[in-house]
Design a protein around this ligand. Sequence first.
Ligand SMILES: NC(=O)c1ccc[n+]([C@@H]2O[C@H](COP(=O)([O-])OP(=O)(O)OC[C@H]3O[C@@H](n4cnc5c(N)ncnc54)[C@H](O)[C@@H]3O)[C@@H](O)[C@H]2O)c1
Length: 275
Amino acid sequence: MAGTLEGKVALVSGSGRGIGRQIALKLASEGARVVVNDLDDAPGNETAAEIKAMGGEAIACNGDVTKEGFAERFVAAGIDSWGGLDIIVNNAGYTWDNVIQKMTDEQWYAILDVHLTAPFRIMRAAQRFIREAARREAEEGREVFRKVVNISSTSGVFGNAGQANYSTAKAGIQGLTRAMAKEWGRYKVNVNAVAFGLIMTRLTEAPAHGGASIDISGREIPVGVRPEVLQTAEKMIPLGRGGRPEEAAGSVYLFCIPESNYVTGQTLVVSGGRP
Ligand SMILES: NC(=O)c1ccc[n+]([C@@H]2O[C@H](COP(=O)([O-])OP(=O)(O)OC[C@H]3O[C@@H](n4cnc5c(N)ncnc54)[C@H](O)[C@@H]3O)[C@@H](O)[C@H]2O)c1
């Protein structure tokens, strides 16, 4: 497909639903060839099919981003299919909240694994290809920019009660972003983060009929926010409402386009103006 990202190869983790799905659709609509991923086969395959139905190119590489060997498989999927790797969006994740005295080690490590260790491994797996591509391009006298966008949260930037694990992981991803912007500047990779406030997905929707849950290795983890907490949060947003997944995806897209080639190591807060 023609567009700003024509021919680019993009990996988007957790793109079967919510924000990740909209990121995959947006990048594809601008011409990127997308490796979709989700924990569950059905939503991952659906997003890939949706992209193909609109005339784009996509494949699904489903599976849990925290599993051993996943990062290598994800990176290889784009290279094997289209011979490239231009954009990585580390988006997959969920919340598993509790106050600190009730938070188990399992809860702590599960959230650090998915939001911080998985992006670290995916970038590590991509290094060899990126280094070699950048070397060839430099020899040819070409400057080709690649993009990493890591998804953070206002909970990581400002902290949030009941989310010691998630706030820590989402703050950590900002550190990883800044370190990699310095480490990979020599390869012309822009590494940035987007920290979302309230975006209306199943992670933040008021749980209806007992609430949505996510199945992690056979364990049902409830997600969603109580209606009264949601209403209070929305009142504090200067723009007057939670964001839509398409709006969230738009901010990620800004970090994927050539106009942002000289922006790196930054965190963009996308929260409707709420600090
Ligand atoms: N919705 C918000 O208000 C909000 C705010 C700040 C940050 N975020 C972040 O945005 C990202 C996307 O969240 P969302 O709101 O779209 O949630 P969502 O639940 O709608 O979508 C997330 C997707 O990631 C997948 N996923 C979860 N764990 C995975 C794993 N281990 N391996 C592969 N896929 C996995 C889920 O199956 C799901 O399809 C997350 O990193 C989240 O922390 C969301």
